[in-house]
Design a protein around this ligand. Structure first.
Ligand code: ADP
Length: 665
């Protein structure tokens, strides 16, 4: 076994590989770019080498520099992770030339599987079923059109060198073919440097089911069952699970055998994934499922943890063992499926805007509790910490949430709970969207196909499942609790200066869904709250964990509120909501001007006066400072004049509407 490896990657996968290496007593070397100087993966490794600028081409793709780093630190092997150099056969060769072990398949296998068209020809000769299509070398547009006509519509044009869901065009009818071909070729040449394409029958509502394979240098090859990755947006995976719902033993054995045949056809070594597209006539008829080879990924996949969860194996450990020349740890009949696992990819993106990637700082990043009563029921793989930035240089995945349960239902429930406990503030994410998917009847009933998100869009893109009243109650309860924490008072008690005339009222100006909403809190024998035009009802709350149990209007909801300026992010088990708590004193000058009196626009404490009786003041000049809701607010002169009289002293508590000073014209 190696004593030191270099991890030629970043983010969660670099942290993931480092964790297994550490457990196995193998030292690790990280590489990092300018943007990643303080990144989590750098801390996760024993040593780190700076390899260049923030753009991948200046750092994580600079393989000469990475090989130098490996040499300089005495690493014996290089783990490429996924993406970046993981499927670059030149890099695999260069590692060998430099006397380093590339932790992955032989360069020849990467090359053979690298181009979709070539790999399909190879698979055809190995007897692996293919989607009806054309994958020839002749790229004459007229010939391609004839082939599409022969295959039938809708047809799919795919860039042979494509990946990551890019370079694909669905063509509905023959007259659209020429334009789609031209546009696909343009994207392909720009993204992949080659405009070769293949044509395939476009399957209606297919499933994406892939098989994890593993080979060793002794010629053994096994499959570690399947993953269903049908839930996709923009042809990219968002939820992955294992085993595939509805999979029969016989289909699993056939797909496993086909995947092993595919791997053996290229003398595969290490971890690989054979992706199949599966046609089905109905969701509840597994016997109608027909599978076709799509492509082979010659590396560890993002979604490998679901396979780990159901097999109890560590695939990175297997990679390290195989790369160091050991045989596969288990034979096919020793590998078993236990329970069900689902992975959700938490991404910085905007689901409401066609999943456009987002960037920003993780101002709040709270992760779910890993379950203590059972091992490994909730796993979080990430490469970021609270305060870190999701930059435009790398992909938008923030974390992977992997749950395991005895059954799919149990795993689903755990995933929903874990997503509810994932609080991210500071950038847009798909967390709420994922919860909608997980809770949708279609997903719950495993009516899986690659069009699920489109098909169910009516329920998936709906907004705030919490609602105004519970969200407002949570925000106000949180504000009262914070004030109490600062002032050491019981949040339910009427405070000094507030109770002189029986019940005291307090206004909160909120903004919800772009609309102003006023909430009125009444302090009496109990707290009464009215939100907007809603009914007045008792408000009660008690702290629990990092949030509060809030009881209002017949509902009792655990809520956690995170403030970002005036915006309050409310997280509840039902979902998250966003509501603004406007600072009524921010415009105190204007408010105070009403009626010509300088009044306190909300209850609070007088901190200081900036003027004394007899002073001449100019409009806008600060007159007094008040403190309310943990913040200080300055009250300014609404017009020029002379201070006639100060009506309170510093330290006095004042009620809303109390006149603070008299200003003479
Ligand atoms: P990439 O390498 O870009 O990920 P793939 O060939 O793996 O591209 O395809 C990505 C996704 O596109 C698949 O998971 C599936 O959803 C869809 N897809 C690919 N081929 C077909 C097809 N012939 N019919 C229908 N959908 C397809």
């Amino acid at each position: 076994m190696f004593t030191k490896i270099l991890i030629a990657n970043r983010g969660e996968i670099a942290c993931r590989v480092a964790a297994t290496a550490r457990r196995m007593g193998i030292q690790t070397v990280a590489v990092y770019s300018d943007a990643d100087a303080g990144a989590k993966h750098v801390q996760a490794c024993d040593e780190a080498v700076h390899v260049g600028g923030s753009a991948p081409k200046d750092s994580y793709l600079r393989w000469e520099r990475i090989l130098e780093a490996a040499k300089a630190t005495g690493a014996e092997a290089v783990h490429p992770g996924y993406g970046f150099l993981s499927e670059n056969e030149d890099f695999a060769k260069a590692c060998a030339a430099a006397g380093l072990v590339f932790i992955g398949p032989p360069a020849s296998a990467i090359l053979a599987m690298g181009l979709k068209a070539e790999s399909k020809r190879l698979m055809e000769s190995a007897g692996v079923p293919l989607v009806p299509g054309y994958h020839g070398a002749d790229q004459d547009p007229a010939l391609l059109q004839r082939e599409a006509d022969r295959i039938g519509y809708p047809a799919l044009i795919k860039a042979s060198a494509g990946g990551g869901g890019k370079g694909m065009r669905v063509v509905e009818k023959p007259e659209d073919f020429a334009a789609a071909l031209a546009s696909c070729k343009r994207e392909a040449i720009n993204s992949f440097g080659s405009d070769a394409v293949l044509i395939e029958k476009y399957l209606q509502r297919p499933r994406h089911i892939e098989i994890q394979v593993f080979g060793d240098t002794q010629g053994n090859c096994v499959y570690l069952f399947e993953r269903d990755c049908s839930v996709q947006r923009r042809h990219q995976k968002v939820l992955e699970e294992a085993p595939a719902p509805g999979m029969t033993e016989s289909l699993r054995a056939q797909m496993g055998a086909a995947a092993v045949a595919a791997a053996k056809a290229v003398n595969y070594v290490g971890a690989g994934t054979v992706e199949f597209i599966v046609e089905q006539t109905a969701y509840d008829q597994p016997e109608s499922m027909k599978f076709f080879f799509m492509e082979m990924n010659t590396r560890l996949q993002v979604e490998h943890p679901v396979t780990e969860a159901i097999t109890g194996l560590d695939l990175v450990e297997w990679q390290l063992r195989v790369a160091s020349g050991e045989p596969l740890p288990l034979a096919q009949d020793q590998i078993r499926i236990q329970g069900h696992a689902i992975e959700a990819r938490i991404c910085a993106e905007n689901p409401d805007n066609n999943f456009l990637p987002a960037t920003g700082t993780l101002q709040v990043y709270r992760k779910p509790q890993a379950s203590s009563f059972e091992r490994n029921t909730v796993r979080i793989d990430d490469g970021v910490r609270e305060g870190d930035t999701i930059s435009p240089f790398y992909d938008s995945m923030v974390a992977k949430l992997i749950v395991h349960g005895d059954t799919r239902e149990q795993a689903l429930a755990r995933l929903d709970t874990a997503l509810a406990q994932t609080h991210i503030v500071g950038l847009n994410t798909n967390v709420q969207f994922l919860r909608h998917v997980v809770r949708s009847p279609a997903f719950a009933k495993a009516q899986l196909d690659t069009a699920l998100i489109q098909r169910e869009s009516a329920v998936l893109f709906k907004q705030d499942p919490v609602g105004l009243e519970p969200a407002a109650a949570a925000v106000i309860a949180d504000a009262l609790q914070s004030e109490a924490a600062v002032q050491g008072a019981d949040p339910f008690s009427r405070r000094d200066g507030w109770q002189s005339h029986g019940t005291t009222r307090r206004r909160f100006e909120l903004e919800y869904d772009g609309q102003p909403v006023r909430a009125v809190l009444t302090y009496g024998s109990q707290l009464l709250l009215q939100v907007g035009e809603g009914a007045e009802s008792a408000l009660q709350f008690t702290p629990q964990g990092d949030g509060l149990w809030v009881q209002f209007n017949g509902q009792r909801i655990h809520s956690t509120v995170h403030a970002q300026g005036e915006t309050r992010h409310v997280f509840t088990p039902q979902g998250a909501a966003r509501i603004s708590l406007l600072d009524p004193l921010a415009h105190a000058g204007e408010a105070a001007q009403e009626g010509g009196r300088l009044t306190a626009p909300m209850p609070g404490k007088v901190v200081s006066f900036a003027v004394k009786a007899g002073d001449n003041v100019k409009a806008g000049q600060p007159l007094a400072v008040m403190e309310a809701m943990k913040m200080e607010h300055t009250i300014s002169a609404p017009k020029d004049g002379t201070v006639a009289e100060l009506l309170y002293a510093p330290g006095d508590q004042v009620t809303e509407g109390a006149e603070l000073l008299k200003l003479a014209a």
